[in-house]
Design a protein around this ligand. Structure first.
Ligand code: UDP
Length: 323
């Protein structure tokens, strides 16, 4: 029996595949390589290149492979782009999920772990954020992920499928093996962009907004290491396969850092000054997102191993220096 990882050539998907294979699972990857990279695909995984919205293709994969459970990462995930191209997000994310759930239903596959996001909450009334807080997304990205969560909920009622939606906060860092890490083209995420300055790939880092109601005026986020996320996905699929109930669970460290604090920590890790430019806010960004991670501890027995922001940034720095 295999675990199907949709988006297994992407950043978080590839780290999860490495961990699954380390734990002796058979892994099948589906990825259209739109944002994934062939270099991130584990050599022992079976890879099908294709788009999950292509139901003939996806049905073919389910026919050929003996799939026990699905981990779904294959979605668009950029707040800024989603504000400009909302329909792309609805098509890839929501329609993609529809085709996937339909295919799972046709092949009687019952378990799905889904990569959701803190963007489902929108601007929270307070932090840390609990899973039962209101979900009022401030951008189409969060809106589509919330719609995908709800599709799984109704499929559970109707078809007895079981799901865990993992709402993660800001994924970052790289595998300590130095082989895989965060790659996006174009890159839009804070930590890789900050590190491009000491790597001499850019002159300066832009800080999007300095007038937020936070301690230094810049946005606060909860940065969680990608290997800790991978670990949680595997615990979640085991949890479902062991017969436990569906759930929605936050994944974060429970600690917030401002954009300026991240830049300072990166200066300390790289031992180099990082030039900073202050800019206007980026549309769609909430001021503060910090997780309460108690539910993940209680339900999944998950505890993040990378709790030190310097250590997290160090793993990313090592990866970019090895490339
Ligand atoms: N950010 C920034 N400059 C950049 C990229 C990001 O100031 O060049 C900020 C962004 O506004 C947000 C935080 O850094 O407050 C994290 O952004 P990222 O895109 O990494 O993740 P997101 O929070 O959108 O998931």
């Amino acid at each position: 029996m295999s675990i199907l990882v949709l988006g297994g050539a992407g950043y978080i998907g590839s780290h999860t595949v490495y961990e699954l294979i380390d734990q002796n699972h058979d892994v099948v990857i589906v990825d259209n390589l739109q944002t994934g990279f062939e270099s991130l695909i584990h050599p022992k995984a079976k890879f099908y290149k294709g788009d999950l919205r292509d139901s003939v293709f996806l049905n073919g994969v389910f026919e050929k492979e003996n799939i026990e459970g699905v981990i779904h990462f294959a979605a668009n995930s950029l707040v800024g782009v989603s504000m400009k191209e909302p329909l792309d997000y609805y098509h890839n994310n929501v329609y993609g999920m529809m085709v996937l759930l339909e295919t799972m239903k046709n092949h009687n596959v019952k378990y799905i772990v889904f990569s959701s996001t803190a963007a489902t909450y929108g601007e929270p009334k307070e932090v840390p954020i609990l899973e039962d807080f209101d979900t009022i997304p401030t951008n189409p990205y969060g809106e589509t992920k919330l719609a995908m969560e709800k599709m799984m909920k109704w499929c559970e009622e109707a078809y007895d499928m079981h799901y865990i939606a993992l709402r993660y906060f800001n994924a970052c860092g790289a595998h300590p093996n130095g082989l895989i890490g965060e790659l996006h083209n174009p890159e839009t995420h804070l930590i890789p962009l900050v590190l491009q300055v000491p790597l001499k790939q850019r002159d300066a880092i832009s800080v999007f907004g300095t007038d937020y109601p936070t301690k230094d005026g810049t946005c606060i986020r909860d940065y969680i290491h990608v290997c800790d996320l991978a670990d949680a996905h595997i615990k979640a699929i085991h949890h479902l396969m062991d017969g436990h109930a569906s759930n929605i669970i936050n994944l974060g460290n429970g600690e917030g850092y401002s954009v300026l604090e991240i830049i300072k920590a990166a200066e300390e890790v790289t031992q180099q000054p990082i030039k900073t430019i202050y800019c206007d806010r980026r549309a769609g960004d909430p001021a503060k997102l910090v997780a309460c991670n108690k539910k993940a501890q209680e339900i999944l027995g998950w505890n993040p191993k990378y709790t030190n922001i310097h250590e997290i940034i160090q793993t990313a720095w090592n990866f970019y220096n090895n490339k």
